[in-house]
Design a protein around this ligand. Structure first.
Ligand code: ADP
Length: 496
């Protein structure tokens, strides 16, 4: 067999566990780099040094001081390094007190509003990252960027650094974790990156209705575009889910691959999870119930309740199906069940859910906020996990739920379609419940199907065991990424 050698991979991201997580991106960047490192590659993840990262706790060490020229100003910039937990793979942190010593990753934590200079923060980050590569002679084979915050890197490589001996052989891969956020900005902002305004002519790779679209530029210039599930890779090429970029994606269609995310099966293991009251496994499923009383009481409900518990752990946004939940929640609460929701997000949904819970204090409870410990207990103690997302690039929560024997009830879209086998589609192999039409009636019907299964203890147990048997570990997906990265390294679409 031909030896493919070692890949030098640099991930650029706004999030990576254990340092910073706002959603699934943080989980993925917490695991994939480590997996690739374990396969023998040279891997590092580059992140901003946020105020919330405790330098001592994280064991940060000064690696270098580089010089970054950005918007006509010289920023002496310190770079710190720290190892991932349980690995020697490293994360590198770019320090800039002005841009990153703030509370909140994407938004001002105090107001919930996006930072007014958000684009500037991410532009600085990208320029600094390329300077880091140049000034420390890193010579990566690949830079893997994620979402709009780092999506200008492929264009910078192709345009500003095409003749640069440090970067001219570096390929780029853009990972799309969510097409709903594209970084659409006033056209003149392109000049902050040292790119001429003239590049933004009608129909150019940067232009979107007269504005700069960072994600469009990323898709147009990256050697390869990858997204986080095979179904989402197809869906984003349609008008319905392409968020205005389906045409661009169709044009590049042969380069959009879908690789399902994995989950960290050590972190998410019901047999060892430190946040649980009682550990359990598929062989000792009965013990799962030991997690119910504290779960219910943590939400302020009667801990002795023995009927079905439906739960959600989610960002409270339109994407996550809040609208169709709103359309049926009153009817849902006429059933014998408890509905527990842990989440935070758009104020109107937070208020709406609080109001419904106040009207049904015995049946429904809402905890607004981000709470890792309660999230783990919820996955463990609930019976069903509701995920009626309008669209879902991959979704990790349904995989955590299955691993904890909690059956997902999902809208069959994106990664939910690729990971959950619905009871009505294949009763013998089902791992949950799914509905096709995105509306409140279909959601309610699916919940009713789940409640009928609950009344049949044997059927329920079989479904739970099916769900717990699924292998969602990173191993398989990391190998697919490895293949893809070799392919990109060896065959640039730009033909060098
Ligand atoms: P997305 O990235 O779109 O938010 P995913 O399902 O891919 O959705 O990932 C969501 C991750 O964030 C899961 O790990 C989930 O447990 C976690 N999460 C979401 N909201 C909360 C919350 N309020 N408290 C704790 N964890 C949360």
């Amino acid at each position: 067999m031909q030896r493919r050698g070692v890949l030098r991979i640099l991930f650029a991201s706004a999030e990576a566990l254990p340092w910073v997580k706002q959603g699934g991106l943080g989980d993925v960047l917490g695991a994939l780099p480590r997996e690739l490192f374990a396969l023998g590659h040279e891997v590092a993840t580059v992140l901003p040094l946020y105020a919330a990262i405790d330098r001592e706790d994280a064991g940060l060490e000064l690696l270098a001081t580089i010089h970054v020229r950005f918007q006509g100003v010289d920023f002496p910039t310190r770079i710190y390094a720290a190892p991932y937990p349980r690995s020697e793979c490293r994360a590198l942190f770019i320090e800039n007190q002005y841009y990153f010593e703030r509370q909140g990753v994407y938004q001002d934590a105090a107001t919930g509003q996006p930072w007014p200079d958000d684009h500037e923060r991410w532009f600085f980050f990208q320029v600094a990252l390329l300077e880091l590569v140049r000034q420390t002679d890193m010579n990566p084979d690949l830079i893997v960027c994620a979402d709009w915050q780092t999506a200008m890197l492929p264009a910078l490589l192709r345009i500003r650094h095409q003749e640069d001996r440090h970067l001219q052989r570096t390929r780029s891969v853009l990972a799309l974790h969510n097409m709903g956020y594209q970084g659409v900005l006033p056209a003149e902002h392109i000049t902050s990156l040292g790119l001429p305004r003239e590049l933004l002519f009608p129909l150019s790779p940067f232009e979107f209705y007269g504005q700069l679209n960072c994600l469009k530029a990323g898709i147009s210039f990256a050697d390869e575009v990858v997204t986080v599930s095979p179904s989402y890779a197809k869906e984003i090429c349609t008008q319905e889910l392409g968020h205005g970029l389906d045409g661009v994606l169709r044009h590049h269609g042969d380069r959009v691959q879908g690789i399902l995310n994995g989950i960290d099966v050590e972190e998410w293991n019901p047999a060892t999870d430190p946040w649980l009251d009682e550990h359990f496994s598929a062989a000792h499923l009965g013990r799962k119930a030991g997690n119910r009383p504290r779960l219910l009481s943590s939400f302020g409900l009667d801990g002795n309740y023995t009927g079905p518990i439906l739960a959600m752990v989610t960002r409270l946004t339109g994407q996550k199906g809040m609208n169709i939940l709103a359309g049926c929640v009153d009817r849902l609460l006429t059933r014998d069940l408890r509905l527990l929701i842990l989440g935070s997000g758009e104020p109107q949904f937070e208020k709406f859910l609080r109001d419904v819970a106040t009207a049904h204090p015995e049946r429904m409870a809402v905890r607004i906020g981000y709470d890792e410990a309660l999230a783990h207990l919820t996955y463990a103690g609930a019976d069903f996990f509701l995920m009626p997302s309008r669209y879902e690039p991959c979704g990790l929560s349904q995989m955590y739920a299955m691993r904890y024997g909690t059956l997902p009830i999902v809208h069959a879209t994106g990664g939910l379609k690729d990971t959950v086998t619905g009871f009505l589609d294949d009763a013998d192999h089902a791992t949950g419940f799914s509905f096709t039409d995105y509306n409140a009636e279909a959601l309610l019907e699916s919940v009713d199907t789940a409640l009928s299964a609950w009344r049949n203890a044997r059927a329920m147990r079989r479904l739970q065991k099916n769900a717990m048997k699924q292998d969602f570990s990173w191993e398989h997906s990391a190998k697919r990424y490895e293949d893809l990265f070799f392919q990109v390294r060896d065959h640039s679409r730009w033909g060098e």
